[in-house]
Design a protein around this ligand. Structure first.
Ligand SMILES: [Zn+2]
Ligand SMILES: [Zn+2]
Length: 158
């Protein structure tokens, strides 16, 4: 969704709420690229504040994903929620490139920001690369393929 941020960019002291969900079409492409299956919509909720002329988006991305454990291959669902903040600029000339962590900047093209884009990139950046059904998942036995969380097949005993 494109959100017009002209007022909050221009007027110091302004504050606007952000509360939106990423379109199903956009989530479809995330599923295709990254393999994440969404059980609930991906939401972006927070606020944009202009403090002394600098507009900052402070928001939380949240969703529920259906995943497959990387170790035991069992399907599971999990809620994810990440807090992020971005400085909104009209172009990167305004950004201080010296302490530039470009991810912290959002460029408002034609005075609008793409909330779908922000939510998706924040989520993808924060998600762990390994998805485990639980922290101490024992995985499958490399000898017989048994789920070692459920049975002790005796192949891996120390
Ligand atoms: Zn597992
Ligand atoms: Zn075994």
């Amino acid at each position: 969704m494109l959100m017009n941020v002209k007022a909050v960019l221009n007027i110091p002291g302004t504050e606007v709420p952000v509360d939106c969900a990423v379109s199903p079409e956009r989530l479809e492409t995330v599923t295709q690229i990254h393999g994440y299956r969404f059980v609930s919509p991906l939401t972006l909720k927070g606020v944009i504040r202009n403090r002394a002329g600098v507009a900052t988006l402070q928001a939380q991305v949240a969703c529920t994903l259906e995943l497959t454990c990387d170790r035991c291959l069992k399907p599971f669902t999990r809620d994810f929620c990440y807090e992020g903040s971005h400085v909104i600029v009209r172009n990167l000339d305004n950004a201080d490139e010296d302490d530039a962590d470009m991810d912290d900047y959002v460029i408002a093209r034609a005075e609008s920001i793409d909330t779908d884009e922000i939510a998706v990139s924040d989520l993808v950046l924060e998600l762990p690369s390994k998805m485990l059904c639980r922290e101490d998942c024992k995985g499958l036995c490399p000898v017989c393929g048994a789920d070692r969380n459920e049975v002790d097949c005796g192949h891996m005993s120390e």
